[in-house]
Write a protein that binds this ligand. Structure first.
Ligand SMILES: NC(=O)c1ccc[n+]([C@@H]2O[C@H](COP(=O)([O-])OP(=O)(O)OC[C@H]3O[C@@H](n4cnc5c(N)ncnc54)[C@H](O)[C@@H]3O)[C@@H](O)[C@H]2O)c1
Length: 257
């Protein structure tokens, strides 16, 4: 079955084959979608290009994107508009913080470090929503972002990213409210802890993986492709009645007291 056949989607946030965004891209492709993919910089391109080729992505739709570089996000959407003229879904799967922010107490965080983390991890989703709105309007498409339970509750060592994820989740709700009149749907997927490059920046992430595995009702970690199954569903016609939600793919970890 290919519920995404004929659909066109932009996937951001692939760094390597462990990225959650790559698991999402794999499932979307398996379900028939045509994809455009971004890479952070020339160094990252070496890792992303072979993955994009495996997903049968045209070279012209493998695009550079560093959201802190002026104009790069605009160029991505210009390119997509020129080539496709419309868009069915957009995946925002990025987060970043400076080393200083990771290593300091939240109370000591410097404004520049906070602003950088907020720009990459949260504001970029608003910017993507703004730029994709005219393209998504044509298809009644979906915008999806990736969050973590640490945006809802205090999770050990997540202090520097928790406020970013809380703000991101709030953006999902307010964007859903603003864009719903055009049938553009907005969702967040709250993934369980997974070993990825971004996660390796969290102190004692190995400990978090162990706790997650031990405490989650399913008693295991989830995989990027399991997130991808939900992401593909939220991108397709079968979720047309849903918007504004935070949906968990975490083996049930979020229900535990
Ligand atoms: N790994 C986990 O345990 C976990 C759990 C829940 C949510 N998440 C979220 O999933 C998303 C994807 O992360 P991941 O775990 O797959 O790690 P990852 O390292 O594979 O992906 C992070 C991506 O962010 C991109 N990025 C960083 N700075 C950027 C910038 N300035 N401009 C554009 N892109 C930039 C990187 O290029 C990379 O592709 C993040 O939002 C993360 O917070 C991760």
């Amino acid at each position: 079955m290919q519920p995404l056949k004929g659909k066109k989607g932009l996937i951001t946030g692939i760094a390597n084959n462990q990225s959650i965004a790559f698991g999402c891209a794999q499932v979307c492709r398996e379900q028939g979608a045509e994809l455009a993919v971004t890479y952070l910089n020339e160094k990252a391109k070496k890792h992303v290009k072979p993955l994009a080729q495996g997903l049968e992505i045209n070279d012209s739709l493998l695009l550079p994107l560093d959201v802190t570089k002026e104009g790069e996000l605009e160029t991505v959407f210009e390119e997509i508009s020129n080539q496709w003229g419309e868009l069915d879904f957009v995946l925002h799967a990025m987060a970043s913080a400076t080393k200083e922010m990771t290593n300091s107490r939240l109370i000591e965080v410097k404004l520049d470090d906070f602003n950088f983390a907020m720009q990459v991890s949260c504001y970029s989703f608003l910017a993507m929503a703004r730029l994709s709105e005219p393209l998504l309007k044509k298809t009644q498409g979906s915008l999806i972002t990736m969050t973590y339970l640490g945006g809802q509750r205090v999770m050990e060592n997540y202090h520097f990213m928790g406020p970013m994820k809380s703000a991101l989740e709030s953006c999902v709700q307010y964007l859903a409210s603003e864009l719903g009149k055009d049938n553009i749907r907005v969702h967040a997927i709250s993934a369980g802890a997974m070993q990825t490059r971004a996660a390796s920046g969290i102190n004692d992430f190995a400990g978090l993986l162990t706790t997650t595995k031990a405490r989650a009702p399913l008693q295991r970690l989830c995989e990027p492709k399991e997130v991808g199954e939900l992401m593909a569903f939220l991108s397709g016609p079968n979720s047309r009645g849903m918007t504004g939600g935070i949906h968990y793919v975490d083996g049930g970890y979020n229900i535990m007291g």
